[in-house]
Design a protein around this ligand. Sequence first.
Ligand code: HEC
Length: 445
Amino acid sequence: MESTAATTPLPLDIPLPLPADPILLQALLVVLFLWHILFVNLMVGGSLLTVVFELIGRRRPEFDALARATAGTVTVNKSLAVVLGVGPLLGLNVLYTVHFYSANALTGAAWISLVPLVTLAFLVTYAHKYSWDRLAGRKGLHLAIGMAGAAMFLAIPLIFLANINLMLFPARWLEVRGFASALALPNVWPRYLHFLAASVAVTGLFLLVYFLRPGGGVAASPSALDRLALRRLFYGIALGASALQLMFGPLVLITLPRPGLSWFLAGVIGVGVVLAIFALVLMWREIAAPRANATPRAAIVVALITATAFTMGYGRHVYRETALRDHRAQMAVHTRDTGWLAAAAQWREATGQGVAQVPLGQRIFESTCAACHGVDRVLVGPSLREIAGIYGGDPGGIAAWAADPGRKRPELPPMPAFRLGEEKLRAVADYMLQLGSGGSPAEDG
Ligand code: HEC
């Protein structure tokens, strides 16, 4: 058996300096991500609750009014979610470039479909919101439009999540064939359920604060439901969904691949859980024995949940950094070695110095092929062992392939052609066969 390390693709890193201190960039990413995900939660949770309220509203008209008022918040929150998504996307691009783009490429079609999907979801949500009166007599159709919008809002985060998850596990990249198989990686579904529960919980709290805010409160609360009933309803939603999160949370942890786990992470998450439990107790008391003045307790609940979100968001980042640490270190070594090899080979070529000592095949290999072909492992292309297995005794076959590469391995990118001339290609082919069959002590990075 080959070790997994031998089949973990090792792309070259992009040796550009970061535009700012990495700690600053990481802190920005965590904060901007949370800011973005807050509105994503409100968009997803809001569109789900709108549909549920509207369904209940078929029997109890006061819920139809509530659904309509909730729908009014979704379109606003969705716009904020999109605009605030730019920050974390840029952060990911800068900090995790190679990993992020590899995951994007591997789920290509689904990833690209986000653009039309998001557009369509917005149009459908607006159609739903603005056809409330016109379709009053055709509630079934109106509900169907609402459900279509909600279904799209459910699909969009799943695509994002599958990608962000896939990026963490380069050891699995060669198995992945598009979005559907990225969904089969561990952790995707527990994380998704956890996210959905968070969306509903956060939206419950938001609606509580938004509809029942002091002053404009009752005017905004649209229905025959009185303030107390609304308070119980929203706290009930937030409490129930938070309890679900506490159930899904351990599942997320259990299904996380080992390499990223640490006691530090457990500590961070533990703090988040304790804060969340305090919030749950307060919500429960607010439902069981509501206070006359709801504001102070609601403020404490919101503060506790916010603090929970920060610890969890930080924990998420800690996990990502730990999970990627080894692979990044190997990439850095490979990038550095390849750079050295290529620079040395080019220098020898340009100056003619030392050329006599270094055989032509080795020079070509180091300057032209080594970035993608390692001796024992997949870097970007197959290992020299594998190549020697295919072309043992047939260097001409390698030369022919390099001049005009075919397409064999769907899990790897296509190889560019190298028309270096017969002499050089034969020399590099001989050298590769020699290395690949263990004929040289030369070390591979
Ligand atoms: C940019 C990356 C890259 C570089 C540089 C590169 N290769 Fe490749 N090579 C690949 C990839 C990817 C494949 C697998 C393509 C496939 O199977 O569809 C491959 C496959 C091969 C194969 C296997 C063909 C087979 O029949 O299975 C040979 C031989 C090969 N490369 C030779 C070379 C030589 C010689 C050079 C240098 C002159 C070179 N490669 C440079 C990426 C690269």
